[in-house]
Ligand binder design. Structure first.
Ligand SMILES: [Zn+2]
Length: 192
């Protein structure tokens, strides 16, 4: 047990605060990794599970309304793994938030059909519309399982240009790249 790292468990942490290293812990929601070091992405409470080795930061509600179950929310895709992505929610329904909530979209909640990788759904930086399906453990769990849900703005992973909707895939008009996304039916029209 690393006392130095686990000493932060349960404590209030700030974005950019060092939580541990990837040799000791598995970064989970509310964290990001840079050069092998795990940092908090949000203001929240750090939880280091010494059994599973997961380190998670649970967001603190800052007096702003927590998205309710079944609320439609819009946010930016942050940390992405093959089976889930974190979404920094900045809009609940039509209302823009002053702060940011972090929600998580798991691959099993993307759509009815099987999805091989979150890479085919959304990528970091994309703006995505989702629905809150639970707030278990004070974390908003999101779904894109509806034609109105999915990416509303997606960016080329090669050159960051806005992707255009193609016939089958998304197309980058700048560099010619083709990419996959799970799109909302009104892609490109959300007011942000
Ligand atoms: Zn491009």
């Amino acid at each position: 047990m690393n006392l130095k790292a686990s000493g932060k468990s349960g404590h209030l942490v700030l974005p950019g605060e060092r939580l541990g290293v990837i040799e000791e812990f598995i970064p989970d929601s509310g964290t990001y990794v840079q050069d092998g070091v795990i940092y908090s992405k949000i203001v929240g409470r750090a939880l280091m599970d010494l059994l599973s080795k997961h380190v998670t930061v649970y967001p603190l509600s800052s007096g702003a309304p927590v998205p309710k179950v079944s609320a439609t929310v819009v946010g930016q895709v942050g940390n992405a793994q093959s089976d889930n992505v974190l979404v920094r929610i900045f809009k609940i329904g039509p209302k823009k938030l002053s702060g940011v909530f972090t929600g998580i979209l798991h691959i099993s909640d993307v759509q009815e059909r099987y999805v091989k990788s979150m890479n085919d759904v959304c990528k970091p930086g994309d703006i995505i519309r989702t629905k809150v399906i639970s707030n278990k453990n004070q974390v908003s769990h999101l779904s894109t399982n509806d034609k109105s849900l999915g990416a509303v703005y997606a960016f080329c992973s090669r050159c960051s240009n806005l992707l255009e909707r193609g016939r089958h895939e998304m197309h980058c008009p700048k560099c010619g790249n083709f990419e996959k996304r799970k799109l909302a039916v009104d892609y490109g029209k959300e007011e942000i």
